[in-house]
Design a protein around this ligand. Sequence first.
Ligand SMILES: Cc1cc2nc3c(=O)[nH]c(=O)nc-3n(C[C@H](O)[C@H](O)[C@H](O)COP(=O)(O)OP(=O)(O)OC[C@H]3O[C@@H](n4cnc5c(N)ncnc54)[C@H](O)[C@@H]3O)c2cc1C
Length: 389
Amino acid sequence: MKKVVIIGGGIAGMTVAKTLIEGKANVEITVLNSSPHYFSGPSRPLLLTGEQSLDRIVRGYEEAMVRGVRVITGTVFSIDPDNRKVKYVGGYASSGGTGELAYDYLVVAPGVVLDGSNIVGYDKYRHKVANVYDPGRVHVLKNRVWSAERGRIVVYAPKAPYRCAPAPTETALLIDAVLRNRGVRNRFEIIHIDANDKTQPPVIADVVSQIYQNQGIQLVTNQEIVEITDTEVVTKSGERYKYDILALLEPNRAPKFIEEAGLGKAFVDVRGPQDLRHPKYDDILAAGDAAALPFPKNQEIAFESALFAANKILEMEGSAYRASVQYAFVGWAYVGNPEGRLETLSVRFGLDFTSQPPKPTKDPQPKREYTAAKDSWEQSYLANLFGYK
Ligand SMILES: Cc1cc2nc3c(=O)[nH]c(=O)nc-3n(C[C@H](O)[C@H](O)[C@H](O)COP(=O)(O)OP(=O)(O)OC[C@H]3O[C@@H](n4cnc5c(N)ncnc54)[C@H](O)[C@@H]3O)c2cc1C
């Protein structure tokens, strides 16, 4: 029986595993995931307002294992493409030693790392950096925003592509709502510094810009942060911004072992959006945020790329089964609550890549029901991939 090894038990990795099982592929599937649980991303920003709790967005792998997927807790640190081997170090829920797995097919789906190594002062002042991207750091940000008395809050978005395009604007607007709720908004300045020419995703940049104006949030575009000090951030053009609270997202990239294995630079090279094999290796495929795709990095695209990757393995194995898939997504961006109620509103947007040029859609009217729709959508992914609600 052929061995499929999947690096990363997130949206893309678990979708590949599930699809291979649904397609009755005659393969042994092993998922390597760095922790024994998965934290879902999309509603993490709502931890800031207390509208989401961690228990609703964390899942274990046990029910997926019941379905026939072997899951090993381990962090991959090396791939040897010529000898078809993967090396990992075991974590909590394993012996903790190093291990090696041989594969016939390798699916690389570890998502992204937040890489601040090119920002001067980052190592020294990393404790100053909090954001909504990590479950621990979002709690730090929450504590800082709920306890500060006054000052300046700097929110930063690096150059795209980074995962979840609207998350920095969501951060700024949720912080605005919390400060209004506390009755202290007039004691704070909120500045969003963006390395891009407009807030991401571009399809709702005009909507965000209008809401920022209404809420008194300052937007500075085309400014890349290159240095952090104890009290300031410095941009490439030499502008200095004092901060009291820093909600900075580091530039995103795939983990370094991918570059070291010659599989790509910032992200894993693929032949194309529908053929996710590495250009040099038929037996290595990428999926999800780690893949170098010409699309935004979000959950729908991660899911769709994983279906294409699974379909390719099924094809190479001579199976007739194909999951139905095309590239298109709908998303909801949190826009806070203008009156400071901890009842977040959202706007809806989407991009359909099946037409050329890709067809954007949006409803610029913030609605409470869109926040509920995003929650149901996220929960259905978790139930589907991890086997329980
Ligand atoms: C704060 C936040 C908000 C978001 N909001 C939205 C949204 O509103 N809409 C939307 O569509 N998307 C959103 N996303 C993005 C979405 O969560 C990602 O695009 C999606 O999870 C990508 O799937 P993936 O499988 O590539 O990566 P992930 O789901 O992150 O899975 C990667 C897995 O690989 C594991 N891993 C990493 N490195 C290794 C290693 N070396 N060895 C073994 N395992 C490893 C990780 O632990 C993880 O479990 C958001 C993400 C975040 C963080």
